[in-house]
Design a protein around this ligand. Structure first.
Ligand code: FAD
Length: 478
C-alpha cells in the first residue's frame, strides 16, 4: 500500500468533503450548487444507487444502469464538485482530514466542512457467515448475485428433472426470504410472480408455478412499520399469491442447502432451500463508530451515531452526519430522511458562510411510506391515510418514477414496467457465472486478493487459494 498523498485544495475557497454518493451525499452536493465552495464528493461506488428498486434488478425487471447512474454524470454540470472514487477508511476530527483508499493507493483530503453520508450495510446480527449462503440486498453486486441465484435455481431444477433427480426438486424450487419488511415483502412477491407468470411457459420438465416461496420473520407481523391494518393486508395478498408466510420464526442457522428456524416454543426445524435472500437488519457504516469515539457521541445497537439536533457531532459543528447513519428522535432509515438531512446540512453551511444564523434543529417531514407487494398491489401510509391495492400501487409507481435520477432512466424504467406489468416479460434476466460466484471466490482468496491500480488483481502465490473439494460444493451449489 502506498503512502497517503495529500490533495491540495484547488482554490482558496471553503472546502466541503462529502462522503457517499447515495441519497444524503447526492442531495447535499446538489443543494450546494450555487454556494461559493469547493466540494469533493468521495464514494466507494462510482454510481448513485436507487436502493428502493434493487429488488427489480434482482428479479429481472430493470437493468442495473437504470437504478445506478454514474454520479460523475449526474453532477457533470455542477462545476464546484469533484467526484472521486475511494473508500474512506479513516476520519480524523482533530486534523480535519479523511483518508481514503482506492485499490492500492491512499489519499488524504482536508476539509473545512464535512458531510458524512456513508449509509448502512446489511446486518446478519453477528452471523456474518450467513452472507455466503443468503446474500443481502444492499448493492448492485447483491442484486446481480441474487438474480443469478434466483434464475439459476430454476435452471438447476430443470436439469435435475431432466436427469431423473426428482428428489432434489423441492430444495431447488424452494425460495426463502428472511425479513418481512418492505424489501422482504417485495422480493417474496416478485419471486412468486416470476414463477407464476413470467416463467410459466419457459421450462419443459418442471412447472415453475410449483415453486415454493417462504417469507420468514421473527416478528409477529408483516411490515410492522406500517401498522396492523396494512401489515394484515400485505400478508393476505402474499398468501393469495401462494407465498407461505411464517411469523414468529427466528432464523438461527443458514447453510448451502437450507435454513434452520427456531419457533417461539423453542423448537427448531429446517427448510431445505438452495436460494435464500436476506432482507433483515441493517448496520450503519463503521465510520459512525469512529466519529462517535472521537467526539464522545453515543452510538446505538445498529451503529448509528447519536447526533445533535442540528445533525452535527457534539463539539464539532463543522461535521454533519446524515441519512441512515444517524440516530435522532427515532427518524426512519428511509430515503427522505437522507435527502432532507443532506439538504439541511448544505443549507447550514451556506448560512454560516454568509454569516447568517443557523437553524438550531433539523425537522424531518414525514412524506409517508409505501411498499409494493406485486403488480397492481401495494400498501401506502401517508399521514392518516392508509391505502392498499391498485391505488396504492399507482402512487408507488409515480413516487418512485419521480425520484429515479435522470430523464433517460425514468423513460427506460417506464418502458420496462410496461413490459413486465402489462405483459409478463422481463427483459433483464441475464446472469453470469461471475455474478453468482465472484463474491464467494474473492472472500475465499482473503488477503491473497489484492486489487491493483492496473485493474488486475495479484495472482495467488500458492495453491491454497484453489478451493478444496468440500468448498467447491458451496460454490457449485450456491
Ligand atoms: C433494498 C432496499 C429498499 C429500500 N426501499 C426504500 C423505499 O422504498 N423507500 C425509502 O424511502 N427508502 C428505502 N430504502 C432505504 C433508503 O434507500 C436509505 O434510507 C437511503 O439510501 C439512505 O441514504 P444514505 O445517503 O444515508 O445512504 P446510501 O444511500 O446507502 O448511500 C451511502 C453511500 O456511501 C458510500 N459509502 C459507504 N461507505 C463508504 C466509505 N467508507 N467511504 C466512501 N463511501 C462510502 C456508498 O457507496 C453509498 O454511495 C431501501 C433500502 C434498501 C437497501
Amino acid at each position: 500500500m502506498s503512502q497517503p498523498t495529500t490533495t491540495a485544495p484547488p482554490t482558496g475557497r471553503h472546502r466541503v468533503v462529502i462522503i457517499g454518493s447515495g441519497f444524503g451525499g447526492l442531495f447535499s452536493a446538489r443543494a450546494l450548487k450555487h454556494a461559493d465552495v469547493d466540494i469533493v464528493l468521495i464514494s466507494s461506488t462510482s454510481h448513485h444507487l436507487f436502493q428502493p428498486l434493487l429488488y427489480q434488478v434482482a428479479t429481472g425487471i430493470l437493468s442495473e444502469g437504470v437504478i445506478a447512474p454514474s454520479i460523475r454524470e449526474v453532477l457533470a454540470r455542477q462545476r464546484n464538485v469533484t467526484c472521486l472514487f475511494g473508500h474512506v477508511d479513516a476520519i480524523d476530527l482533530a486534523t480535519r482530514t479523511i483518508t481514503a483508499r482506492t485499490l492500492d493507493s491512499t489519499q488524504e483530503y482536508s476539509y473545512d466542512s464535512l458531510i458524512v453520508a456513508a449509509g448502512a450495510g446489511q446486518s446478519y446480527f453477528g452471523n456474518d457467515h450467513f452472507a455466503r449462503y443468503a446474500p443481502g440486498m444492499k448493492s448492485i453486486d447483491d442484486a446481480l448475485e441474487l438474480r443469478g441465484r434466483i434464475f439459476g435455481s430454476f435452471e438447476l431444477a430443470e436439469l435435475a428433472a431432466s436427469s431423473g433427480r426428482e428428489q432434489d426438486l423441492s430444495r431447488l424450487m424452494t425460495f426463502v426470504v428472511v425479513g418481512a419488511g418492505p424489501t422482504g415483502v417485495e422480493m417474496a412477491g416478485q419471486i412468486a410472480e416470476l414463477s407464476k407468470r413470467t416463467l410459466k411457459h419457459d421450462f419443459r420438465r418442471i412447472n415453475s408455478k410449483e415453486a415454493h416461496v417462504v417469507l420468514v420473520d421473527a416478528a409477529d407481523q408483516v411490515l410492522p412499520a406500517f401498522g396492523t391494518h396494512l401489515g394484515g393486508r400485505a400478508e393476505a395478498r402474499l398468501k393469495q399469491m401462494g407465498v407461505e408466510v411464517q411469523l414468529g420464526a427466528k432464523v438461527v442457522d443458514v447453510d448451502n442447502d437450507g435454513i434452520v428456524i427456531e419457533d417461539k416454543d423453542g423448537q427448531r426445524r429446517r427448510i431445505e432451500a438452495l436460494c435464500k435472500v436476506w432482507a433483515a437488519g441493517v448496520q450503519a457504516s463503521p465510520l459512525g463508530a469512529q466519529l462517535a469515539e472521537q467526539s464522545g457521541a453515543g452510538i446505538d445497537r445498529s451503529g448509528r451515531v447519536e447526533v445533535e439536533p442540528d445533525l452535527t457531532l457534539p463539539g464539532h459543528p463543522e461535521v454533519f452526519v446524515v441519512g441512515d447513519m444517524i440516530s435522532l428522535d427515532n427518524l426512519p432509515g428511509v430515503a427522505q430522511n437522507a435527502i432532507q438531512g443532506g439538504r439541511f446540512a448544505a443549507r447550514q453551511i451556506i448560512r454560516r458562510l454568509k454569516g447568517e444564523p443557523t437553524q438550531p434543529a433539523f425537522h424531518y417531514k414525514d412524506k409517508g411510506s409505501m411498499a409494493t407487494i406485486s403488480r397492481f398491489s401495494a400498501v401506502a401510509s401517508i399521514g392518516k391515510a392508509q391505502l392498499s391495492g391498485f391505488i396504492a400501487w399507482l402512487m408507488w409507481l409515480g413516487v418512485h418514477l419521480v425520484y429515479i435520477i435522470g430523464f433517460k432512466s425514468q423513460i427506460t424504467t417506464l418502458l420496462h414496467w410496461a413490459v413486465s406489468f402489462l405483459g409478463r416479460g422481463r427483459g433483464e434476466r441475464t446472469s453470469t457465472e461471475q455474478q453468482i460466484y465472484a463474491r464467494v471466490a474473492i472472500e475465499k482468496l482473503g488477503d491473497r486478493f489484492t486489487p491493483r491500480s492496473g485493474l488486475s488483481p495479484t495472482p495467488p502465490s500458492d495453491q491454497s487459494a484453489v478451493p478444496a473439494p468440500e468448498q467447491e460444493r458451496h460454490l457449485s451449489a450456491g
